[in-house]
Structures are given as structure tokens and as C-alpha cells.
Design a protein around this ligand. Structure first.
Ligand code: HEC
Length: 295
């Protein structure tokens, strides 16, 4: 019985790690998002809301959310909310919308900034955490920045004054260059193949280039995992640790907005489990009572 239990535990663990690995997604960096709970989570969400209202609300509405609901759930007194987090004379019962006209926004950015009410559900929180920290300088883009998690995104680096500006490290750039060359080799070889070139030679060239791409990509993945994907080229008002912490807060806030009932649901779940356990106990006593004369 014991070994059976052990076996099923081990297989459950193995299964869950496979699922996690499969869900990893193909973006870099892919740092883990720390999870908070209890009071720490509430404070974090409050801080996240402040970062949001100051830096994101101008472009991205949260049209499914009302100010007073957020005030209640995040334990922010309504007067503090009105004084510190509402800037354009809205009322506390209003939906959290902005005045960004969609048509001109599309002209300015190429894409209108989407409403972010459900973004933490559409994208995963960990994706958001990495996306917000993945802006890097790229002069070929209209705003001089690109994003390694969301390539060629139309959003400017809204948090540049806090984070500063980062760039890919020389190592990462070098490896990406090698990959570009190898991809070029593959295109050339395929071209020659279709024009009747030496098949065995060209196929070997393609295979070699593919191996090289795979190896270089592994090296890049390893650098990203060690936190050596980006380097800061211009400091912001925050240290990298402070900025990461602010981004955890921001994501916690967006996760709250995506499902305001979540915390309640979780604590309700605990009561439900407690009730079930209690009921099992009562049922057990009852069973004992019924069967006591039968043996
Ligand atoms: C100056 C306007 C502007 C500001 C400020 C801004 N964004 Fe954006 N954001 C955009 C635009 C435009 C897009 C759409 C980009 C695209 O699809 O190419 C976007 C896209 C996004 C996306 C990706 C949405 C998707 O399709 O998955 C997220 C997430 C996001 N923004 C979060 C934020 C957060 C959080 C802040 C505050 C720190 C912020 N943005 C500040 C303009 C802005």
C-alpha cells in the first residue's frame, strides 16, 4: 500500500513537471514569477495599482473594473483612491476607462493599445512579468526599443525612467549573429539544391547548419537562465531588483483585475474542504454506529 502511494506520488510529480516544461513557451528571458499571498499580496497589488495608474492607464483602459470595487478588494480607503490614483475627475463608481481615441491611437502606435482587463488570463502572468522587463534598445524600431518577449511590439518603453535602458549582452548578440549566418547558409544551400546542385554535399551543409543553430540556441537559453541575456546600458531611477519587484506588483495587480473574485474563491475553497472533511468524520461515526451489532 505504502509503495503504491509512493509510486503514484512520484508519477504525479513527474507528470506535473512534464506539463510545466511543455508550457514553457518559446520566449526569452523566461524568469519565474515569484508568488505572494496574504498581506504581502495585498500590499503588492496596491503598489501594482499605483504603478499602473501612473504609467499605463493613459494608454490602456481596464474597462471591466470599477474604481470602488478595486478600492474595496485591495483595501484602499476610497478617499485615498480618489486623491492619489484618479487623475481626471472620474467618480469612485466609474469604470476604469480612459479617453484614448482608438482611431488616433492606431495611427500613433500602429495598433490601438488593448484594454488590459483580461490580459493576465489571455497571456500568463509569467509572460507579463517577462514582457514588462524585456524592452531593449533597437534603433531600427520606431521608438528605438524592441521587446524580446513580444517581437516588434508597437508599445514604447513606458517604464524607461524606472528601469533605464538595457541591451542584449555581446555574447547573446554574437550567438544570434551566428544563427543568422547559419540560416543564410541554409537558404543558399536549398537554392542550389533546387537548381540541381550536388545533393549529398548540400544536404550535409544544411544538416550541419541546423546542428549549429540548435547548439547556439541552447547557449542563448543557458545565458538567459543565468540572467545574462540583457545588460543595463543606462541606469533608471530603480535598481534592477527594485524594478523586478515593482513588476511583480504590477502583474499581481493585473492578475487581480483579470479575476477579482479569485481570492474569495480560494478562501471559500478552504471552507468547502473543511466541511467535506468534517462530513467524512460524521459519516464514519454513523457507519460505526450502524454496523456495531452486525459483526
Ligand atoms: C504610450 C502608450 C502606451 C503606454 C503608456 C503603455 N502601453 Fe502597453 N501597449 C501600447 C500599444 C500601442 C500596444 C499594442 C502593441 C502591439 O500590439 O504591437 C501595447 C501592448 C501592451 C501589451 C501586450 C498586449 C497583447 O496584445 O498581448 C501589454 C501586456 C501592455 N501593453 C502592458 C502595458 C503596461 C503594464 C503598461 C504600463 C507599465 C503599458 N502597457 C503602457 C501602448 C502603451
Amino acid at each position: 500500500m505504502k509503495s503504491l502511494l509512493k509510486l503514484s506520488l512520484i508519477s504525479m510529480l513527474a507528470f506535473s513537471t512534464t506539463v510545466l516544461a511543455a508550457g514553457g513557451g518559446a520566449y526569452l528571458p523566461n524568469d519565474k514569477l515569484p508568488t505572494y499571498s496574504g498581506h504581502k499580496l495585498t500590499t503588492s497589488m496596491q503598489n501594482g495599482m499605483q504603478v499602473y495608474m501612473n504609467n499605463c492607464m493613459g494608454c490602456h483602459a481596464l474597462g471591466f473594473q470599477r474604481y470602488n470595487r478595486a478600492a474595496k478588494d485591495l483595501e484602499i480607503p476610497e478617499n485615498l483612491m480618489v486623491e492619489n490614483l484618479m487623475f481626471t475627475g472620474e467618480k469612485i463608481g466609474d469604470l476604469m476607462v480612459n479617453n484614448m481615441p482608438a482611431a488616433s491611437a492606431e495611427k500613433w502606435f500602429g495598433t490601438a493599445p488593448p484594454d488590459l482587463s483580461l490580459i493576465a488570463r489571455a497571456r500568463k502572468p509569467q509572460w507579463l512579468y517577462n514582457y514588462l522587463r524585456a524592452f531593449y534598445q533597437d534603433q531600427s524600431r520606431p521608438y528605438g526599443v524592441n521587446n524580446s518577449v513580444f517581437k516588434d511590439v508597437g508599445m514604447p518603453h513606458a517604464l524607461e525612467s524606472m528601469q533605464g535602458i538595457q541591451d542584449k549582452t555581446e555574447k547573446v548578440k554574437g550567438l544570434e549573429n551566428d544563427i543568422d549566418y547559419a540560416n543564410g547558409d541554409i537558404v543558399t544551400a536549398r537554392d542550389k539544391l533546387s537548381n540541381g546542385g550536388n545533393a549529398s554535399e548540400l544536404n550535409k551543409m544544411i544538416a550541419d547548419a541546423e546542428t549549429l543553430i540548435h547548439d547556439k540556441q541552447e547557449e542563448i537559453n543557458a545565458l538567459a537562465a543565468e540572467g545574462k541575456y540583457f545588460t543595463l546600458v543606462k541606469e533608471g531611477s530603480m535598481t534592477p531588483q527594485e524594478f523586478d519587484s515593482a513588476m511583480i506588483d504590477l502583474v499581481n495587480f493585473l492578475e487581480y483585475v483579470g479575476e477579482p473574485i479569485k481570492r474569495e474563491r480560494k478562501s471559500l475553497g478552504i471552507y468547502v474542504m473543511m466541511f467535506i472533511l468534517f462530513f467524512i468524520f460524521v459519516a464514519y461515526l454513523l457507519k460505526k454506529e450502524y454496523w456495531k451489532d452486525i459483526h
